[in-house]
Design a binder for this molecule. Structure first.
Ligand code: PEP
Ligand code: MN
Length: 338
């Protein structure tokens, strides 16, 4: 970190800053320039609160050389992280994972039927929301524990690992006991108390990007989980809010390579929430694989027109199978498999 100080800053004021950071174990070198004096700080600068430092009237500006996140960074872990979700490996250079299933679990037979279809189509995991963070309190809120237990039965019948969204920390025990991959939805990406609690367990976490979050905010949320000791984090891009209204969100595909450069974490794409339109799901899935994504998460429903949530963006099982087959062909072209 470089702290640019005003030229008229008295040396004893600079010494106060120097001593403070030295007491935190950081190394500081002062370089006196013509117009400014620079303090070059080396060490665990992530703990420095830039806004507080800017309150010092002798500080002109601050520039970070490193990133505010550590464990998430590729510098901390140069190799790709591979997250093991009940035997399904997500990340690395070879396999691409495909998660399919309905937005919401609607009942035991519904989820078991779709699970069978996902398995037959070559999907690697089953998704299904039981606790739904809906925009309106008057719409379906999910089946709760009954939905989780229906997912457990679907796993028993198909062998597919199960993914479901957690919305509050008081359900962590239920999720640890029953779910293989715990999803943190876009709306909870900055629920820091939930993230801290998830940092204390060792179940894999699927961390979706917030509705309007920058990449750095998203990675800081991953850092919250990893700072607690849970390194099993998979990122999920699900579109961000822009001025465009034709699609539900705008799919930011460039994020795949940015995330891969900055971090070692696997990243998957959710083309369903990103577009909000089932007709766009196939092309965006193929583009995501071509862009280097480590997986896809696609909403699938046997009768989308009757779905209790997100039917408009759900594929029928037959279409899901076609997407899996085409995505596999793209994966082969870039030296991967699915
Ligand atoms: C979901 O996966 O059903 C969901 C609610 O997603 P998001 O948090 O991305 O909106
Ligand atoms: Mn949904």
């Amino acid at each position: 970190m470089i702290i640019t100080c005003k030229k008229d800053a008295p040396q004893d004021e600079l010494n106060k800053i120097i001593t403070k950071f030295q007491n935190y174990g950081m190394q500081i070198n002062q370089i006196d320039g013509k117009d400014y004096n620079l303090l070059v700080v080396v060490g665990e600068t992530a703990i420095i609160d830039e806004k507080r430092l800017m309150c010092n009237p002798y500080v002109e500006s601050i520039s970070r050389i490193g990133t505010p996140y550590k464990k998430v960074s590729r510098i901390w872990h140069p190799d790709d992280s591979i997250v093991d979700v009940a035997g399904v490996k997500v990340g690395g250079k070879e396999k691409i994972a495909v998660i399919g299933g309905p937005c919401s679990v609607e009942g035991l037979e519904q989820i078991c039927d779709i699970a069978r279809e996902i398995k037959n189509a070559g999907g690697s995991m089953l998704r299904g929301g039981a606790y739904k963070p809906r925009t309106s309190p008057y719409t379906f809120q999910g089946l709760g524990k009954e939905g989780i237990m229906a997912m457990v039965e679907a796993r028993k019948r198909t062998g597919l690992p199960i993914v479901s969204e957690i919305v509050s920390a008081d359900k962590i025990d239920e999720f640890v006991e029953n779910v293989d991959l715990i999803q943190v939805g876009a709306r909870n990406m900055q629920n820091f108390e939930l993230l801290k609690a998830l940092g204390k367990i060792d179940k894999p976490i699927l961390l979706k990007r917030g509705l309007s979050s920058t990449i750095e905010e998203w990675l800081m949320s991953a850092e919250y989980i990893m700072a607690g000791g849970n390194n099993n984090v998979i990122l999920c891009e699900r579109g961000i809010r822009t001025f465009e209204t034709y699609t539900r969100n705008t799919l930011d595909l460039s994020v795949v390579q940015i995330v891969k450069k900055k971090t070692h974490l696997p990243i998957i794409i959710d083309p369903s929430h990103a577009t909000g339109n089932w007709e766009l799901v196939e092309s965006m899935s193929l583009a995501a694989v071509a862009a280097g994504a480590d997986g896809l998460m696609i909403e699938v429903h046997s009768q989308p027109e009757c779905a209790w949530s997100d039917g408009q963006q759900s594929l029928k099982p037959k279409n899901f199978k076609e997407v899996v087959e085409k995505a596999r062909a793209i994966a082969k072209v870039i030296g991967r498999d699915l």
